[in-house]
Ligand binder design. Structure first.
Ligand code: SF4
Length: 289
């Protein structure tokens, strides 16, 4: 599946882009569009429910390295961002800290990158009061963008680095936000491409192999990047490199990343002195308990 293929399907059938994505999936996989819609609707329901439940709460995470960030940002309130972006950041941190404390998340596209999409969708629901039925087309499109990446490249940090996880989540969120804000197919393409281009080369270097540092806060930063990309695209700023080609570049970059920077915890931030001390402390605590 390619994003160009989805755009072409929409143009030939005159279907809305998200409906064209469902038809494109049907023709490639045989998946029934109504079943896919219902399943995605269930995922979106869980995302919104969990975002509401965990919003701004303290969580007891496995390592203790994260768990209080959502509450800190929630308590501090809006500083420089808009209320929309503030809600998106808090929701993103809340979901990721819930994931780190074994809470229920929708891996979209992965558990480590599970905060970016909830950030955008919860902000649309809470701050802009967009009803569920109006959000679902955006979630269907986000899923199609993820499918394009999965088909052409990878969504796994172990294979392609964090660009494939949080980079993909940001592309899905940016494309959905542009679409739900009235953007046309080219704007959606640009929103997804602009943010993925900005996260190309992002390595996977979790401290101790735990999906907490840098993952949790990286989701919150990525959600702001996704919102920025949608805002650029909706303003008429187009990506010179289209989304499909950006994904191809991501695949090539992922293949050249050394094993140390692909979810092994053996490179990048994971090998800093502070990370090593933190892991020693965590392991000592585990041994005592
Ligand atoms: S750093 Fe690695 S484990 Fe953490 S979110 Fe990114 S890809 Fe996933």
């Amino acid at each position: 599946m390619t994003f160009n293929g989805i755009k072409q399907m929409a143009s030939e059938t005159k279907l809305p882009l998200h409906e064209a994505a469902l038809v494109a999936e049907l023709s490639e996989t045989g998946n029934n569009p109504e079943e896919t819609r219902a399943q995605l609707g269930e995922f979106l329901r869980v995302i919104l429910e969990e975002s509401e439940k965990q919003y701004g709460k303290v969580q007891e995470t496995l390592t203790g390295l994260t768990g209080t960030n959502a509450k800190k940002v929630y308590d501090r309130g809006v500083l420089y961002h808009s209320p929309f972006t503030h809600v998106a950041i808090v929701a993103s941190l809340s979901i990721c800290e819930s994931n780190a404390s074994m809470g229920r998340v929708v891996a979209c596209p992965t558990a480590g990158a599970s905060g970016v999409i909830p950030g955008v969708f919860y902000a649309l629901a809470k701050e802009n009061e967009i009803p569920f039925d109006h959000l679902l087309p955006g979630y269907i499109l986000a899923s199609a963008i993820g499918n394009v990446i999965a088909t052409k490249a990878t969504l796994a940090g172990a294979a392609g680095g964090c660009q494939a996880e949080i980079g993909s989540a940001a592309a899905m969120a940016a494309g959905a936000l542009a679409y739900l804000s009235g953007g046309d197919a080219e704007m959606v393409d640009s929103a997804a491409a602009l943010v993925l281009k900005s996260l190309l080369g992002l390595v996977c270097d979790p401290v101790g192999g735990f999906v907490e540092v840098p993952c949790v806060k990286r989701n919150a930063i990525a959600v702001t990047a996704a919102i920025s990309a949608a805002e650029l695209a909706l303003s008429g700023v187009s990506s010179v490199i289209p989304f499909d080609e950006t994904v191809d570049a991501m695949r090539r970059i992922g293949r050249t990343l050394p094993m140390e920077l692909r979810e092994t915890g053996l490179g990048g931030l994971a090998t800093t002195p502070t990370a090593k001390k933190a892991v020693d402390r965590i392991l000592t605590r585990f041994q005592k308990s």
